[in-house]
Design a protein. Structure first.
Length: 207
């Protein structure tokens, strides 16, 4: 019995310890999305019109969306260029797709604001843990659940800046959370479908 208690104590201690660098966010949450993740979204997501990428950074994901959805206009804005999505109130006549910042609850804020503003669909690249949480459940999932969740069965190696190499230390798994157009969101009654994206086999070059 003593051995069992000691084993659980060690496991609890291990869970409490933070891995190196975890919890230290980069300035302005500068974690740019690899283009491959735009391609993964395109496997199961069909845009309903013009696309807004409101946290585009240097434009990696925006360019990937242009290539994934030829013929669809993609506009990109970012706080670095003076466009603060948290202050936007003007509706968007189209879809909103982004990898939102996570600092200080911004992932929840971006998601809620996108659902308020977009007449079309919404797609957010979010940590897998976004699916859980009692407050989020009451404020979002039970009110406006996603229509599609694309599970990414690998860890994404984000980039820092336009010319940066992949950021080696990654601690979270992600999925694309996708909501239908405004009319369907307001009507409700739809199910949430889960899809598994193909596993990535590319070897990342960390230099």
């Amino acid at each position: 019995m003593t051995g069992t208690r000691n084993r659980w104590k060690l496991m609890s201690t291990a869970r409490a310890e933070k891995p190196p660098e975890q919890g230290t966010r980069r300035k302005l949450d500068d974690y740019e999305t690899p283009p491959e993740e735009g391609a993964q979204l395109a496997l199961y997501f069909t845009p309903s019109g013009r696309i807004l990428e409101p946290a585009c950074g240097s434009g990696r994901l925006m360019q990937a969306l242009k290539e994934a959805f030829p013929g669809v206009r993609v506009d990109g804005y970012d706080i670095k260029t003076g466009h603060d999505f948290t202050k936007r109130t003007k509706p968007w006549k189209g879809d909103i797709i982004t990898n939102p910042p996570y600092r200080d609850g911004l992932a929840d804020f971006f998601t809620q604001r996108a659902l308020e503003l977009a007449d079309g669909k919404v797609a957010m690249l979010l940590q897998s843990g976004f699916l859980w949480g009692s407050k989020r459940c009451d404020a979002l999932h039970m009110v406006t659940p996603p229509e599609l969740i694309i599970v990414l069965p690998y860890r994404i190696y984000f980039f820092e800046g336009p010319k940066g190499k992949p950021i080696k230390s990654q601690y979270f798994n992600h999925a694309w959370y996708c909501w239908p157009d405004r009319e369907t969101r307001e009507r409700g009654g739809y199910d949430t479908v889960t899809k598994w994206a193909p596993k990535q086999y590319e070897q990342m070059d960390f230099g």
